[in-house]
Design a protein around this ligand. Sequence first.
Ligand SMILES: C[S@@+](CC[C@H](N)C(=O)[O-])C[C@H]1O[C@@H](n2cnc3c(N)ncnc32)[C@H](O)[C@@H]1O
Length: 210
Amino acid sequence: MAKRRAKRSAEWAGRQARDPYVRRARATGFRSRAAFKLVQIDQKDRLVQAGDAVVDLGAAPGGWSQYVAARVGSQGIVVAVDRLEFPPITGVTRIIGDFTAADIALDVKAALGQRPANLVISDLAPNITGVSSIDQAGCALLARAAHDFALSVLTTQGTLVVKLFEGVEGQTVRQEVAHRFARCVVRKPDASRSGSREFYLVARGPRPLG
Ligand SMILES: C[S@@+](CC[C@H](N)C(=O)[O-])C[C@H]1O[C@@H](n2cnc3c(N)ncnc32)[C@H](O)[C@@H]1O
């Protein structure tokens, strides 16, 4: 068991050392290589404008929040929530807690003030077990919660970016999201490792219920 763990962590260290996005994150000051996934989705889909109000769900260590804070500028709002502590980011309101808890969701909405959100981004991930069916289900559960939260805060032109894992659960959530938004596309940015089962939905324009 200990041997297998040591082998896995040596493999991880080797992958990190070879990864160009890890090097770029260090060089540019991003806290995570994940930041480049959002950069690349934004380059394709023009997600964020100066002055926007943005909610980042599952924000730690903060790469996505760093990027959107720079893009929205001083007239914008970025509210970042994670159940793990992470260091402050200039221009970002941090909320530490589980966003599926009612009091934390209320704190996030209060931090937006009276403004609806232009963009909700979710890179939420469960603790990975390595068992594909469990990880897929955990990610789908979080993605559904992110979707429901987004519907409660987005403007009628607003956008949701949400991570899913490939598989039956992921496809079911994809259909649910596509049903509730005017447009929904799948993105697999170059910075997302090809061996990873993750992909992202970019969903625009929540539809009214009915
Ligand atoms: C892949 S990381 C996010 C990386 C981030 N986008 C970045 O660029 O630094 C996923 C995060 O989701 C968080 N998370 C998972 N479930 C959560 C929940 N229910 N509430 C808040 N955060 C959660 C985890 O703690 C973890 O930090």
